[in-house]
Design a protein around this ligand. Structure first.
Ligand SMILES: *Cc1c(COP(=O)(O)O)cnc(C)c1O
Length: 233
C-alpha cells in the first residue's frame, strides 16, 4: 500500500486554499481548515495535530467518545455528522462546535445539556440545499423561519450555517449550492437574532472546497485530501 504523507497532503491543501483565496486578498489564516479524521485511528489524528492542524472533525458520537481522551494537544473538536437527540449528552462537553443543528427538538436537548454542563454550546444550522433524500438539514426555505422561531436559549449560540453539497465529479456543478448558502448566510446574519453570532459558513470538502471558498466559505472540512482514502471496515 502506498504510504500517505499527511504532511505533504496538508501542504498541498494549504497551497490550494491560498491560491484560491488570493484573488480575495485572503489566505488560509482567514479561514478555518478542519481536518476530518472520521474512521482514522488516534495516531493519525495526533500526527495531524503535531503537523499544525488546529481543528478536527468527526461525524460519529461513538468515535468522539473513543478518541477524546487520547487526543494530544488542544485542537478544537467539531461534530460534523447527524446528531441524535439522545446522544447529545455524550459530546456536549467535548466538542467546540456542532455543525448539524437541523430541528427544534435537538436545539432543546442541546440547551438542556449545555445548561447542565454550565457551558454555552456553539452550533451551526445545517441546510440541505439540494434537497437530497440521503442528507439531513433544513430546506433553504425553512431556514429563516427556523432561525426566527428558535427560542432564545441562553446556553446556545448560533455561529453560522453548514451544508454538504451533493457529490459531483465536476464540482463546478455544485457552485449554485454554495452561492445559495452565502446568500442565506447574509440574510440570516442581517436579522441580528439575539442568540446568533454569525461568523462561520461551513462548506466545501475535498472534492469541492475550492468552489466553496470562491463562493464565500470560511470553514472547510477536508478528510480525503489530507489523510487519503478512508477504509470503512
Ligand atoms: C466525511 C465528511 C467530510 C470530509 O469529506 P472528504 O470528501 O473526505 O473531504 C466533510 N464533511 C462531512 C460532514 C463529512 O461527513
Amino acid at each position: 500500500m502506498l504510504e500517505i504523507s499527511i504532511k505533504e497532503n496538508l501542504e498541498q491543501v494549504k497551497a490550494r486554499v491560498n491560491s484560491t483565496l488570493s484573488s480575495k486578498g485572503k489566505t488560509i489564516d482567514d479561514i478555518v481548515l478542519i481536518g476530518v479524521t472520521k474512521t482514522l485511528d488516534i495516531d493519525k489524528v495526533n500526527e495531524a495535530i503535531s503537523l499544525g492542524i488546529t481543528d478536527i472533525g468527526e461525524n460519529k458520537v461513538q468515535e468522539i467518545q473513543d478518541k477524546y481522551e487520547r487526543i494530544e494537544g488542544n485542537p478544537r473538536l467539531h461534530m460534523i455528522g447527524h446528531l441524535q437527540t439522545n446522544k447529545v449528552k455524550y459530546i456536549i462537553d467535548k466538542v467546540d462546535l456542532i455543525h448539524s443543528l437541523d430541528r427544534e427538538s435537538l436545539a432543546a436537548e442541546i440547551q438542556k445539556r449545555a445548561e447542565q454542563s454550565g457551558i454555552v454550546a456553539e452550533v451551526l444550522i445545517q441546510v440541505n440545499v439540494a434537497e437530497e433524500e440521503s442528507k439531513f438539514g433544513l430546506r433553504v426555505e425553512e431556514v429563516a423561519s427556523f432561525a426566527e422561531s428558535l427560542p432564545n436559549y441562553p446556553n446556545i449560540k448560533v455561529k453560522g450555517l453548514m451544508t454538504i453539497a451533493p457529490y459531483e465529479e465536476d464540482p463546478e456543478k455544485t457552485r449554485y449550492v454554495f452561492r445559495k448558502m452565502k446568500e442565506l448566510y447574509e440574510e440570516v446574519k442581517s436579522k441580528n437574532h439575539s442568540n446568533f453570532d454569525m461568523e462561520y459558513l461551513s462548506m466545501g470538502m475535498t472534492n469541492d472546497y475550492e468552489i466553496a471558498l470562491e463562493e464565500g466559505a470560511n470553514m472547510i472540512r477536508v478528510g480525503t485530501g489530507i489523510f487519503g482514502k478512508r477504509n470503512y471496515n
